[in-house]
Write a protein of this length. Structure first.
Length: 175
């Protein structure tokens, strides 16, 4: 009885394993990490693999092998398998500092509102005291969205990791 010979190792490229998805509104893309020559936009919720970063830019690969450059800050990360036994878990951004900034800003605004309501401030002074204050927070069960005013971006936190989900400024160059 003859048996077929099998190569000891798989041949060909590794299977596509997405690391991120495109946000629900889709994503523009470029031929290089400079924003000069646009490429085809990526469809909403398209799975992609983030291959490399250059500043805020990320080179992504689609399931068909096509690669393009996007604002990597806008990609939605997919959960990855837990680390193998004996390996330390990868550290992610900590939401506590951003939460503390949101609390301080909200407290500053609340005090100004109380002073305005009690007559200790007039409208002009209130506007001056609150000018430039920017915060945003949405809590939905174990999910938290925070606005990072210093970086002008929205971040998502699931209690263990803080991830940038939306940024309003264009991507920056290489670090």
């Amino acid at each position: 009885m003859a048996t077929a010979a099998h190569p000891p190792y798989p041949t060909g490229p590794p299977p596509f394993a997405p690391t991120h998805v495109v946000p629900p509104h889709g994503l523009p893309s470029w031929t290089a990490p400079d924003g000069l020559v646009p490429a085809e936009p990526l469809d909403a919720l398209l799975p992609v693999t983030l291959r490399r970063r250059s500043g805020d830019w990320g080179e992504v690969e689609c399931a068909n092998g096509w690669t393009t450059w996007v604002d990597a800050r806008l990609l939605v990360p997919l959960p990855q398998a837990p680390p193998a036994a004996g390996q330390e878990a990868e550290r992610t951004a900590d939401a506590r500092e951003l939460l503390a900034r949101v609390e301080r800003t909200l407290g500053h605004y609340r005090r100004a509102v109380e002073d305005l309501a009690s007559g200790r401030l007039d409208g002009e002074t209130f506007r001056g005291r609150t000018r430039g204050l920017r915060i945003g927070a949405v809590v939905d069960g174990d999910a938290l969205w925070l606005y990072d005013a210093d970086a002008d971006r929205w971040c998502y936190c699931d209690g263990t990791a803080l991830t940038v989900l939306a940024a309003t400024s264009p991507p920056g160059g290489a670090p």
